[in-house]
Design a binder for this molecule. Structure first.
Ligand SMILES: NC(=O)c1ccc[n+]([C@@H]2O[C@H](COP(=O)([O-])OP(=O)(O)OC[C@H]3O[C@@H](n4cnc5c(N)ncnc54)[C@H](OP(=O)(O)O)[C@@H]3O)[C@@H](O)[C@H]2O)c1
Length: 311
């Protein structure tokens, strides 16, 4: 698996990371633990040695499953998790206070069965804790050896600047795919200019770009509690009709190249300047094995322009 430098850390990480939101088993329908463990192990065996999780994925379940999957192979993996989202009375609350982070890191380490996390990311920005206080506690737990690097997730450019004034994040993790390109305006250029790694999440748009959904049919009917019915807006109208041309172009390019549509989607993300790694989610070992092959796919400039032109 090809590797790229993660910002200014000196660390080389694989271009494909294994995403574990869905295997939390709450917001994408149920997940079978044994299958999830085999999915993570397959990804790692095939070189996707960055594994990304978060406490909020299944309220700790994803971290526990990842911990079990990495038992005996933890030293082969660059492990990334997050802080700052908690469930209170059934709703999700943002909290990046020093007290919350001190408690969260210890709980994550216990669930993950490890003594340190490689990359610890603020999951979403908050307004009510000064960023200096958040950065201060991240540096405190880094100095204590509980994390190696810290990063940001879902921060827009105006909030990245104050974080950079307070310390040195390793990376930004944000949504980036052929159907969600807003980071190109400010965040991706900022990461390039200021030496932050960029981890692109949902490079296959939550499964939309895998070819499993017919763009000429109606949008899939996910239950209201399924994240795809509210987090990824292109799974319902008017987004569904807007992304149709891109989905068709990706499927057509995949047929032409003799690869899976998801490979084309991920290869497009990896071809964008400043992207360090694409975080690709998988629920089964078969999906993980197919996704790992995306790292070998190169798109010609002509294909890239044709797909982008369809948008
Ligand atoms: N920081 C954040 O706020 C944030 C937000 C979202 C995601 N993330 C991270 O990024 C990771 C990736 O994002 P994502 O999982 O939302 O989206 P994604 O990687 O674009 O899509 C993953 C989903 O597509 C389907 N799939 C995967 N491989 C497939 C294959 N080979 N064939 C057919 N279907 C396949 C699976 O769902 P089905 O089998 O159910 O179709 C899988 O859960 C997450 O797991 C998480 O680690 C972070």
């Amino acid at each position: 698996m090809k590797k790229r430098l993660l910002g200014g850390t000196g660390e080389r990480i694989p271009v494909l990371g294994m995403g574990t939101w869905a295997i939390g088993g709450d917001l994408w329908g149920p997940a079978d633990e044994a299958t999830s463990i085999r999915a993570v192990r397959t990804a790692v065996d095939l070189g996707m040695t960055l594994v990304d999780t978060a406490p909020i994925y299944g309220s700790g379940v994803s971290e526990q499953v990842v911990g079990k999957a990495l038992s005996g192979i933890r030293d082969q993996v660059f492990l990334s998790t997050k802080c700052g989202l908690e469930r209170v009375d059934g709703s999700i609350r943002k909290n990046l206070s020093p007290e919350a982070i001190r408690a969260e890191i210890d709980a994550s380490l216990t669930r993950l069965g490890t003594d340190h996390v490689d990359l610890y990311q603020c999951h979403w920005p908050v307004q009510d804790t000064p960023v200096e206080d958040t950065v201060g506690v991240l540096e405190e737990i880094r100095d204590a050896g509980k994390i190696r690097f810290w990063g940001l997730s879902n921060y827009e450019a105006p909030l990245i600047e104050p974080a950079l004034a307070a310390g040195q994040p390793a990376s930004l993790q944000s949504e980036y795919s052929l159907v969600k390109r807003s980071v190109e305006a400010a965040e991706l250029p900022l990461c390039r200019a200021r030496g932050l790694g960029f981890l692109a999440y949902a490079p296959m748009a939550g499964g939309l770009l895998t070819g499993k959904y017919d763009p000429d049919g109606p949008p899939p009917a996910f239950p209201p509690a399924d994240a795809r019915s509210f987090f990824y807006t292109f799974f319902s109208e008017p987004g569904w009709s807007e992304v149709g041309p891109t989905v068709r172009a990706v499927m057509s390019a995949a047929r032409e190249l003799g690869v899976a549509p998801g490979h084309v989607a991920v290869a497009w993300v990896l071809a964008q300047e400043g992207v360090t790694c694409a975080l690709v989610g998988a629920r089964t070992p078969e999906q993980a094995a197919e996704n790992a092959r995306a790292a070998e796919v190169e798109l010609t400039q002509e294909i890239i322009e044709r797909i982008e032109g369809a948008t």
